[in-house]
Design a protein around this ligand. Sequence first.
Ligand SMILES: C[S@@+](CC[C@H](N)C(=O)[O-])C[C@H]1O[C@@H](n2cnc3c(N)ncnc32)[C@H](O)[C@@H]1O
Length: 251
Amino acid sequence: MQEKEIKEFVKNRYSKIAKKENSSCSCCSVTDSVTEQAQAVGYSTKELKSIPEEALFGLGCGNPTALAEIQKGETVLDLGSGGGIDVFLAANKVGDEGKVIGVDMTPDMVATSIKNAKNGGYRNVEFRLGEIENLPIEESTIDVIISNCVINLTPDKNKAYYEVYQVLKPGGRILVSDLVTEGPVPNEIRKNFRAWSECVGGAIEKNDYLNTIKKTGFKDVEILEQHFFTEINMDERIIGKITSIQLKAVK
Ligand SMILES: C[S@@+](CC[C@H](N)C(=O)[O-])C[C@H]1O[C@@H](n2cnc3c(N)ncnc32)[C@H](O)[C@@H]1O
């Protein structure tokens, strides 16, 4: 599988989701309702009510802003921001003195999140079109990087974490929710475009994932929470082998 082909497939799928042409939640789905899906991965009803409803697509596998200890005035970057759910939650935490930037490679997702920001009256958020392997962000400018079920989608996780390291300020931190595997996954699934776009084809072994982050230079790499991940119609060969992790690390 070519990297370019995987990315085009992923982009196409999330474009359809942004335009609501694809009603089924394509990644991380445990129920048909986006609200229930969000609650199932850790968002509280209060959090969900505090942000624009249209930002919810039920695509996450955790709740990174709940664990990132975001402070007033900080600059936060969300990798693969989708409809903006975590950007808006972070924006409520950083306040007027802070700023939150969302980056996503799918133009229709970026357009949706910009519309959501406008409708919600957010003045401390910005959405940029771009790839996490080549971030449209200046070096050493970010205090906290969050991401929710996105890095599994990139064929080049080394490059993504390298970029993350570059744009963080020294002492900056990451809080990433992502899917990893524990145990062998059939090649047929690893080589399937749809499985990639549904966040399981590109999920790598947990220890390899942690080593990628350590090799990049991060310190204090720690898994704060993890749980087995399942979704509707999951291929039975991978049930019990996909884990959602919430991890923290420091530059
Ligand atoms: C599973 S969705 C998660 C969206 C959002 N984080 C959430 O929790 O709702 C993945 C998102 O990441 C974006 N994405 C996937 N690969 C990307 C990449 N290499 N660079 C930038 N964005 C990417 C997709 O366009 C999509 O919006």
